[in-house]
Ligand binder design. Structure first.
Ligand code: MN
Length: 210
């Protein structure tokens, strides 16, 4: 699908988000979840595939309970550089609000991921800082996109039943802060960009680099 739709939606002179395309398209399998307080809070679930981050917006975030199916709306592909992005998208711009890195790691597809994406049935393992084990993304019946990379098909994100599954608790409530900076969404809003140094573990901030 590529990054055409991603770039159409954004003004890179105004948003700290990366335009992308600088990293060579490889065969990597990085994975990231970003917690994003736009008009409505949601979790952006992204899997690296064919040089982009294939992306879904999950309003309730992931659940470790195999009985909890979470709506995951397929959205436009994002550039690989987006996987390191944390910062504040300006109000009035597409997706305006704070974005923090909620989880990151790698994923391992079961079977051919291109086939799985086309068929609407993707099974994979996650090896993240917060999420592990086997997961599935399954496209719901009904409306199908037109293939322009902005289809908003509805999928379901589900934990498969394994040692990493859990029926008690809510992983999104147990971990609210960034895996990158330790910041909460409120702290990002109050102190965006490079000014944040208080925990001594802060990395160079992508948001402040523009
Ligand atoms: Mn988002």
């Amino acid at each position: 699908m590529g990054l055409r739709v991603y770039r159409q939606k954004r003004d890179f002179t105004a948003t700290p988000e990366p335009a992308g395309g600088k990293r060579p398209r490889g065969k990597g399998h990085s994975y990231v979840i970003q917690k994003h307080a736009a008009t409505r809070l949601h979790y952006d679930f992204r899997l690296e595939h064919d040089g982009v981050l294939v992306s879904w917006a999950v309003p309730k975030g992931p659940s470790l309970d195999p009985g909890e199916k979470r709506l995951a709306v397929h959205v436009e592909d994002h550039p690989l550089e987006y996987g390191g992005f944390e910062g504040v998208i300006p109000t009035g711009h597409y997706g305006g609000g704070p974005v923090l890195l909620w989880d990151r790691g790698t994923w391992t597809p079961h079977g051919d991921p291109s086939e799985g994406l086309a068929k609407g049935k993707l099974s994979f393992d996650l090896d993240g800082e917060r999420l592990q084990g086997r997961w599935a993304l399954v496209r719901m019946h009904g409306r199908r996109g037109n293939g322009d990379g902005d289809d908003h098909d509805n999928w379901l994100l589900m934990k498969s039943d394994d040692e990493a599954a859990r029926t008690k608790g809510d992983v999104t409530k147990e971990h609210v802060e960034s895996v990158k900076s330790g910041r909460s969404l409120d702290e990002l809003l109050q102190r965006p960009g490079k000014s944040w140094e208080s925990n001594g573990a802060a990395e160079p901030d992508v948001a402040g680099s523009r």
